[in-house]
Design a protein around this ligand. Structure first.
Ligand SMILES: [Fe+2]
Ligand SMILES: [Fe+2]
Length: 346
């Protein structure tokens, strides 16, 4: 257990609290989503069978479906080493989801105060409960598997940006559209890639909650962004673009690997050996290609959400282009997920 000073970190959030004294429901679809959220609450103690053993040597993540594990460096390990690595690597990935869930919990809590409309406050309160459950289940699962790894530095920076922005609309985009969109892709892909029945069941429940969260973004955020003063909307557009740049960086290259040394060391592997093997393999043509059947997270879930929210104006478009971020706008997979909580394999 770390000393308290290392486990508590303060970030300053400057959002205002708004009262809605009317108690009137103006947006029927938000109320419907709140009703659905109340109906579909679940208790992790009851819904999930925690007696299912979590086998750290079993396939928490299936190497065949994780592009990264196709590196020769991992292929050369013996079965025991690979199992040890697989357990730590899975815990590391799941830990990043856990930290994102804590962010989602705190932002949902803040949004209860920050959103102006009565029915949106009720809905966001239900989302805070959903996120509390997600923090609970990921925390329980990771501790049973291994240990909780620290947040990747870029993830933490994004979480800080989201907590510290003065615009609640920017918090909603950063958390609900970008980070949760990213997490959702990981939930769906890990669920397809795991041989652990408890993790698969857990991700199934979490994904169904997330379908409501994505739907709320579509129903409420889009109209609220349209209602903003042009200057404020421009600030939210810029925030979204900057957060996307960090998000893309976090998924690639050296930033994606930050914190990974700890996984290697815990697995009895030498980070220096790994780095030199990686350089040699990349020089020889190894590419982290998308795994067939996986959801393309940025293309199908995150970017279409930003475009749909009305945050890619002619003013900000060149900034995305300069950063090499493609403006995917096809919302079909996003909508399919909102409706059903599932996506078909692409
Ligand atoms: Fe969540
Ligand atoms: Fe969520």
């Amino acid at each position: 257990m770390l000393p308290c000073a290392m486990t508590i970190e303060k970030m300053h959030s400057p959002v205002d609290a708004l009262w809605d004294w009317s108690y009137e429901i103006e947006q029927k679809r938000v109320e419907e989503l709140y009703s659905k959220a109340k109906r579909d609450q679940w208790d992790a103690d009851v819904a999930l069978d925690w007696s299912i053993p979590i086998d750290p040597g079993g396939k928490i993540l299936d190497a065949e479906r994780m592009a990264f594990l196709k590196l020769q460096f991992f292929r050369k390990l013996d079965a025991r080493q690979l199992e040890t690595f697989n357990a730590h690597y899975s815990a590391w990935i799941l830990s990043q989801l856990l930290h994102g869930e804590q962010g989602a919990l705190m932002v949902a809590g803040e949004l209860v105060a920050a959103v102006p409309d009565y029915e949106a406050k009720l809905y966001v309160a239900s989302q805070a409960m959903d996120e509390a459950r997600h923090v609970e289940v990921f925390g329980r699962y990771i501790r049973a598997l291994d240990k909780i790894y620290p947040a990747q530095p870029t993830l933490k920076e994004i979480l800080r940006d989201i907590l510290e922005t003065e615009y609640w609309q920017a918090k909603m985009v950063g958390m609900q559209v970008i980070l949760e969109g990213l997490a959702l892709g990981t939930f769906l892909n890990v669920r397809a890639a795991t041989a652990c029945p408890l993790l698969r069941a857990l991700l199934g429940y979490v994904s169904r909650d997330e379908a409501r969260h994505v739907a709320f973004g579509s129903i409420y955020l889009t109209s609220e962004i349209a209602r903003m003063h042009a200057d404020d909307r421009a600030a939210v557009e810029d925030f979204s673009c900057e957060t996307m740049k960090k998000t893309v960086a976090m998924r690639r290259g050296t930033e994606a690997m930050a914190g990974f040394e700890e996984v290697l060391i815990d697995s009895g592997l030498d980070p220096a050996d790994f780095v030199s093997a990686l350089h040699a393999e990349v020089a020889a043509g190894f590419k982290l290609s998308a795994t067939p059947g996986n959801v393309h997270t940025v293309r199908s879930l995150v970017m279409p959400g930003i475009v749909r929210a009305g945050l890619v104006s002619d003013r900000v478009r060149p900034k995305y282009e300069a950063a090499g971020i493609k403006l995917f706008a096809d919302t079909s997979i996003l909508e399919e997920f909102e409706d059903s909580g599932e996506v078909r394999a692409s």
